[in-house]
Write a protein that binds this ligand. Structure first.
Ligand SMILES: *Cc1c(COP(=O)(O)O)cnc(C)c1O
Length: 435
């Protein structure tokens, strides 16, 4: 069962939390009790496939939402890609999470969520999903939701950012995707999503929910790749295990914390930030004071106030001392980011993207400070395909990187089906006119 970060009651089922993703009190949904995955680990090792693992574990994580049969259906419909763990050095691993259709780790949560929505609608329901979109997550969501029965997806883009969508999937061409451009910023889009959901009459009429990580349906499937990585390494671990996670809105790190809370034996996490590092103070036990946004070369980490702040805070409120021993923070500037991309290329003959470089450099920093005594195994989460930042990769390494065709498609410009001012009535009017 799930509850709001703001109160212990009411409890709602996972399905209800997904379909109705904002509690009325301004909080965010979090699990009320801990699941326990340990029983499953006994049956899993490095030969267990990602889909086998997800199909087995999802019913216990998403109790009441999926059963063993529907779980298998959802997994097979969600994933034709998987994480890939690579050992670069003795005990130093990189977990490639960019093998999905749009080259970012967010494909994992979004693909599972879209397949699960379709499963929830299979008895004839209709739902509308709203999402504030940036170019990359927009494509990822459109890709995952396109053609799903019983669902329409409304993507709100800030000015000038629509790219890579397939017009044949748009609602006026018989599809189910509705891209709308807002004359405003990403924050305006995010605010419009929340205002629309909180307009209860309107959101009930269209059965509206959101596909941003405020929705637990997208955040919790991100647990699966942590468990997969753990099962890949557990039989050869010699010493501690830590994950280094490039963190912007902190959805990825929080998924890791839940994996731990639900039984994955891990010794620590590194919250790796670029120069937007205000959360670092919070992690060290000081109050969170937002700082002005700085634009860096790892833009997905350019976040002033993480949207998942309340979820992270709920961990610290419960057990502050435990959290201080569990989560470490490091901040990596643009210069070190580029140097790290160069270092990895020279030492391992591999490209990494700038977000991954932030996590890589953070892991090296923390190791150098000897926060962990004894032997440490480190898994760095590689969140973005290196060719998504081809210019930067070339600048760092001196060698041009080859961009796969499917990534080139993602940068093609396209038109919205409506252009609106950043106001609730304009947005609701645009939705109504589609039906
Ligand atoms: C979104 C994103 C991140 C940050 O993930 P959060 O869950 O927001 O912390 C890191 N790297 C890449 C490539 C991303 O797209």
């Amino acid at each position: 069962m799930f509850r709001s970060t703001q109160s212990k009651y009411p409890l709602v089922s996972y399905k209800d939390a997904v379909l109705n993703c904002l509690p009325g009190d301004g909080g965010l949904y979090v699990p009320d009790q801990a699941a326990d995955f340990r029983q499953y680990f006994l049956h899993m090792d490095e030969k267990t496939s990602f889909n086998e693992l997800v199909a087995a574990i999802a019913p216990s994580l998403l109790e009441g939402g999926l059963n063993p049969v529907s779980s298998l259906r959802v997994v097979e419909s969600a994933y034709n890609f998987k994480p890939e763990l690579i050992e670069l050095d003795d005990g130093f691993f990189i977990l490639n999470l960019y093998n999905g259709p749009t080259g970012v780790f967010k494909d994992f949560g979004i693909a599972f969520m879209s397949a699960m929505f379709e499963e929830f609608m299979k008895d004839g329901g209709q739902a509308m999903i709203l999402a504030a979109a940036r170019p990359d997550t927009g494509v990822s969501m459109a890709h995952a939701f396109s053609g799903r029965k019983g669902i329409s997806l409304v993507l709100l883009y800030p000015s000038g950012q629509i790219r890579g969508l397939d017009p044949s999937s748009f609602v006026q061409n018989g599809g189910n995707i509705i891209p709308i451009q807002v004359k405003g910023t990403f924050d305006d889009c995010q605010r419009l999503v929340i205002e629309t959901i909180n307009d209860r009459e309107f959101s009930e009429r269209y059965n509206i929910t959101s596909a941003n990580t405020i929705n637990p349906g997208r955040l919790f499937p991100q647990i699966f790749y942590y468990l997969y990585a753990f099962n890949q390494v557990k039989n050869r671990l010699n010493g501690d295990l830590i994950f280094s996670v490039p963190s912007g809105n902190f959805g990825n790190l929080i998924a890791g914390l839940y994996a731990w809370k639900f039984g994955m034996p891990v010794n620590g996490f590194i919250a790796a930030m670029n120069s937007n590092n205000a959360m670092g103070d919070y992690i060290q036990g000081k109050p969170f004071v937002p700082k002005n946004l700085i634009f860096t070369n790892s833009p997905a980490l350019d976040v002033a106030v993480p949207i998942n702040y309340d979820r992270l805070a709920s961990f610290y409120d419960e057990a502050p001392a435990v959290m201080r021993n569990m989560v470490y923070q490091a901040s990596v500037n643009d210069v070190l980011t580029l140097e790290t991309m160069e270092y990895v290329y020279k030492k391992y003959n591999a490209y990494i993207d700038p977000h991954t470089a932030v996590a890589f450099a953070a892991a090296r920093k923390i190791e150098a400070e000897r926060k962990w005594k004894g032997n440490t195994n480190t898994i760095v989460l590689a969140t973005g395909h290196p060719a998504r930042s081809a210019n930067l990769a070339e600048k760092a390494t001196g060698k041009a990187i080859k961009t796969p065709e499917f990534l080139k498609e993602l940068w093609k410009k396209c038109d919205p089906i409506a252009l609106i001012p950043p106001q609730l009535d304009a947005f609701e009017g645009a939705i109504v006119s589609c039906f």
